[in-house]
Design a protein around this ligand. Structure first.
Ligand SMILES: Nc1nc2c(c(=O)[nH]1)N[C@H]1C(S)=C(S)[C@@H](COP(=O)(O)O)O[C@H]1N2
Ligand SMILES: [Mo]
Length: 354
C-alpha cells in the first residue's frame, strides 16, 4: 500500500486502501450517515500525493487561443463572485471494476475498486461559465482543458458545451467546509453526471481552445476500448463521459446478519437522471420486490432506500437493481471494455444469516 497518498486519516473502518489508486468508502460505514457522504468517509483517488497548496499565493490561470483576455484569478476573487451550492455525486469511471473478474471475464488492469469509489457531497463554488465570461470567449471556442497542480499536472478535457452548463462548478467548499486538501483544495471542478476524472482537483490552469484538446486521459485512459467501441483518433476509444445507473447495499462483503426481521439499506444512483425504482432480491435472483425509496432523490446524486427482510438462517445472495428516470436498468452483465470502466451490472452480494 502506498503511504501518505492522502492527507486525511484513513481508518480501516471507514476507508479501504486500493493499491496504487487511493481509498474507497466502506459501504457499511455509510449506514445511518444521512444523505451526504461525510468528508472523512469520502473516497480519494489521486495519481500522486495530495499537494499542500497555500490559498493566498494560489492562482487560477485562464488562457488559450479561444480566450479574448487571458488572466489569473485569486482565491479571494472567486469567493467574492455569486456562489452556487449543488448536491452532486463524484464517481470514479472505474468504480466496481473488480466485479468484471467476478463475472469470470478478463480482469481489466487499474484500481480494483469495489463499489465504494463514489461519494455525494454539497459543493459550493462559482459556475465555470461565470469565470469564462470574465475572460471572454471567441465564437470559435470548442474545447476546455482543466489542469491540476499535482505533481504530474493531471488534466482532462471537456467540450465547451459541458463547460458552460449551469451546474459545471469551480467548487471551493464541500459539505459546508473549505474543500479538504485530498478533495482538491483550494478549488476543484465538479462536472455533473460525468466520470469524476473530469472533476479535476487542485485546479491551476484552464486552457480554452478553438480545436479539440487531447492528452493521455482522453486518448489512452478513460476511453472505452473493446467490442462495440471504435477508435476516435487520436483516441483509442470513445472517451468516458456520463456515469450509468448502479446500486450498493450498505453492507460489508460476506456480512453477518441476525436472523429474523431486519431492514436492508442501500443507495442507487445514475449520472443521467434521478432514480425511479429499485428492486431487491434476497433469493439469488429468483424473485424481486420493490425497495422503499427515501427522500431526497437528487439528480446526478443518489437515492437511499430500504427493504424489510425476514432473514432465514444460512447463506444468501442479495441483489439490488435500480432503474433511473430515463428508463436505464442495471444489466445482468456489464459491458466489457479493456480498461474496466462503467461497471454497473447487478452485483451478487453474499451474506450469512445466523
Ligand atoms: N488534479 C487531479 N484531479 C483529479 C485526479 C487526480 O489524480 N489529480 N483524479 C481524478 C479521478 S480519476 C477521480 S475518481 C476523482 C476523485 O475525487 P476525490 O478524490 O475527491 O474522491 O478526482 C479526479 N480529479
Ligand atoms: Mo477516477
Amino acid at each position: 500500500m502506498m503511504d501518505k497518498l492522502a492527507v486525511k486519516p484513513t481508518p480501516a473502518e471507514a476507508l479501504i486502501g486500493v493499491d496504487g489508486a487511493g481509498y474507497e468508502t466502506r459501504w457499511e460505514a455509510m449506514k445511518g450517515k444521512g444523505y451526504l457522504t461525510p468528508n472523512e468517509l469520502f473516497f480519494v483517488r489521486n495519481r500522486t500525493a495530495t499537494p499542500r497548496i497555500d490559498a493566498e499565493s494560489w492562482r487560477l490561470r485562464v488562457e488559450g487561443p479561444a480566450v479574448r483576455a487571458p488572466r489569473e484569478f485569486r482565491y479571494a476573487e472567486l469567493l467574492e463572485m455569486p456562489a452556487v451550492t449543488l448536491v452532486r455525486a463524484v464517481e470514479c469511471a472505474g468504480n466496481g471494476r473488480r466485479f468484471f473478474a467476478a463475472e469470470g471475464r478478463p480482469i481489466p488492469g487499474g484500481a480494483q475498486w469495489g463499489l465504494g469509489a463514489i461519494g455525494v457531497a454539497e459543493w459550493t463554488g462559482v459556475p465555470l461559465r461565470a469565470v469564462l465570461a470574465q475572460v471572454g470567449l471567441k465564437p470559435t471556442v470548442q474545447d476546455v482543458m482543466l489542469e491540476g497542480l499535482d505533481e504530474e499536472r493531471f488534466g482532462r478535457q471537456l467540450p465547451i458545451a459541458k463547460a458552460l452548463e449551469n451546474d459545471t462548478l469551480l467548487a471551493y467548499r464541500m459539505n459546508g467546509e473549505p474543500l479538504p486538501p485530498d478533495h482538491g483544495f483550494p478549488v476543484r471542478a465538479i462536472v455533473s453526471g460525468w466520470a469524476a476524472v473530469v472533476s479535476v482537483k487542485w485546479l491551476g490552469r484552464i486552457i480554452v481552445a478553438e480545436e479539440p484538446l487531447y492528452n493521455k486521459y482522453n486518448t489512452e485512459e478513460y476511453v472505452m476500448i473493446g467490442p462495440g467501441f471504435s477508435p476516435e483518433p487520436p483516441a483509442l476509444g470513445s472517451p468516458v463521459k456520463w456515469m450509468n445507473v448502479n446500486s450498493a447495499f450498505e453492507l460489508t462483503w460476506d456480512a453477518r446478519l441476525p436472523a429474523g426481521p431486519i431492514t436492508l439499506t442501500g443507495r442507487s444512483w445514475s449520472g443521467l437522471s434521478r432514480i425511479a425504482r429499485v428492486e431487491v432480491s434476497t433469493d439469488d435472483a429468483a424473485t424481486w420486490q420493490l425497495a422503499r425509496l427515501l427522500e431526497p432523490d437528487h439528480p446526478h446524486a443518489w437515492c437511499c432506500w430500504e427493504f424489510a427482510w425476514t432473514a432465514p438462517p444460512g447463506r444468501h445472495v442479495l441483489r439490488a437493481r435500480a432503474t433511473d428516470e430515463m428508463g436505464n436498468t442495471q444489466p445482468d452483465s456489464a459491458l466489457f471494455n479493456e480498461k474496466g470502466y462503467l461497471y454497473n451490472a447487478v452485483v451478487p452480494h453474499p451474506v450469512v444469516v445466523e
